[in-house]
Structures are given as C-alpha cells and as structure tokens.
Design a protein around this ligand. Structure first.
Ligand SMILES: Nc1ncnc2c1ncn2[C@@H]1O[C@H](COP(=O)(O)OP(=O)(O)OP(=O)(O)O)[C@@H](O)[C@H]1O
Ligand SMILES: Nc1ccn([C@@H]2O[C@H](COP(=O)(O)O)[C@@H](O)[C@H]2O)c(=O)n1
Length: 210
C-alpha cells in the first residue's frame, strides 16, 4: 500500500500535482478540500452560521452527490470552507472518511491542509506545495477570466491572505509542513515542470523507505 500526502495553501497547485501523481502511480486521488467546501455550502443553503460550530456540525452529514456540484469551486465557498474547518467537531466528523480513503487496498493520494500531519502522518511520501501569494492570486484571476468572470486582483489577494492566515493560525490541524515532507515551490514553475519535480521528490522518498 502506498499513501502519498500532498498539502499546501490555496491555489498553490497541489490539486494539479496530486492528480498528476495519481495518474503516474496509478492510485486513486481525493481532494479533501471538497469535503470542507461541501460542509460550507450546506451551512449556507441551510441558512446557518459557518462560524457557529453546531450549525457547521449539522452540515457534515451532506449527501455524496453534493461533491460534484460545480458551485463548490467558487472562491466564496472556499472561504466558507475555511471558516467551518476551524471547528474541531467538523474536522473530527470528516477524519474517518479521509483515513478510509487513504488506507484502501493499494493506497491513495490525498491533497489538503493536514494530510501529512493528521490524516496520514505515516504516509510513504509527503509533499508541501507552495507559491507566492501574488502567483496564486494570478492563477485564480486567470481561472476566473477563462470562465467568463470579472475578477479583481486586489480582492483575490486579500481573500487568499485571509484564508492563509485562518488556515495557519487555527488551533486544530493548522496548515503547516509535516515532518518528513519535501517543499515544492511552484511560483516559477510551469505545470509540467512542477509535476516532473513532484514525481522526482516522491520517487526519492519511496526509494528512501525501501
Ligand atoms: N505550476 C503551475 N503553473 C501555472 N499554473 C498552475 C500551476 N499549478 C497549478 N496551476 C493552475 O493554478 C490553478 C490552481 O491550481 P490547483 O487547483 O491545482 O491549486 P490547489 O492548490 O489545488 O487549489 P485549491 O485551493 O482549490 O485547493 C489551476 O488553474 C491550475 O491549472
Ligand atoms: N485537509 C483540508 C482541506 C481543506 N481544508 C479547508 O478547506 C478550505 C478549502 O480547501 P481547498 O483546498 O479546496 O482550497 C481550506 O482553506 C481549508 O480551510 C482543511 O482545513 N483541511
């Protein structure tokens, strides 16, 4: 069984890298941010308060098809996800689902904020993907433009900074580089180069464990 943990801040490119690693190693992949986004969107739909733990907890029992809802991908829902994810009860409610995915026969790749620290601390390989705030905001900007939106760079930068601060400073499972993780800064890398480097880092970690 091979478990690969990919963590990092918003728009660092961790999902792109996790999916490429999944193709390369023939493993299933879980974007764990979607689980928190589903909770955030469910609270909103129920008219609850994302900062109120009981409202957020009630939303953890969402229906699986919600994970395919394109509305989950918006920056606004990303921000809601970040607010519900500070509650320890919400994190606890989502842990087993992620661990079950990680420990399926053959293993898996998971990307998120606490995969290498909390969900799979004994993962066979761990990567922490990052990029400068400006580069990450630029990626969100380009995505929004490509989808016909009218993005504002300053508000994207502010949203990403607010999300980084909340994710890194919360008491439970804060975003940080896990022990044994390799850092991959994608600020100046093309997608192809970032994927090549990620595969080289994972290969080296897997080789080191043999
Ligand atoms: N190295 C790169 N160079 C240029 N663009 C990139 C690079 N890596 C990812 N991107 C683009 O940046 C955007 C965000 O990437 P991605 O969704 O992989 O980030 P993420 O860290 O998973 O974000 P999220 O906060 O949604 O979890 C996507 O449009 C992706 O194609
Ligand atoms: N393992 C995780 C994954 C995500 N979160 C929180 O959800 C927010 C949205 O995540 P994206 O990866 O889809 O951007 C994120 O800002 C985190 O607050 C988490 O706590 N743990």
């Amino acid at each position: 069984m091979t478990i690969i943990a990919v963590d990092g801040p918003a728009a660092s490119g961790k999902g792109t890298i996790a999916r490429a690693l999944a193709r390369h190693y023939g493993l299933p992949c879980l974007d764990t941010g979607l689980l928190y986004r589903a909770v955030g969107l469910s609270v909103l739909k129920a008219g609850g308060d994302p900062d109120h733990e009981a409202d957020a907890l009630a939303a953890c029992d969402f229906d699986a098809p919600l994970l395919d809802d394109p509305a989950l991908r918006s920056e606004a829902v990303g921000s809601l996800a970040s607010r519900v994810s500070v509650h320890p009860g919400v994190r606890q409610a989502l842990v087993q689902r992620q661990r079950d995915f990680a420990t399926q026969p053959g293993g898996a790749i998971l990307d998120g904020r606490d995969i290498g620290t909390v969900i799979a601390p004994d993962a066979d390989a761990k990567i922490f993907v990052t990029a400068s705030v400006h580069v990450r905001a630029r990626r969100r900007y380009d995505d929004a433009l490509a989808h016909g939106g009218h993005p504002d760079m300053d508000s994207l930068i502010a949203d990403i900074q607010a999300r980084d601060t909340r994710d890194m400073s919360r008491d439970h499972a804060p975003l940080r580089m896990a022990d044994g993780a390799d850092l991959l800064d994608t600020s100046d890398l093309t997608i192809e180069a970032a994927i090549r480097q990620a595969i080289a880092l994972v290969d080296a970690q897997l080789e080191g464990r043999r």
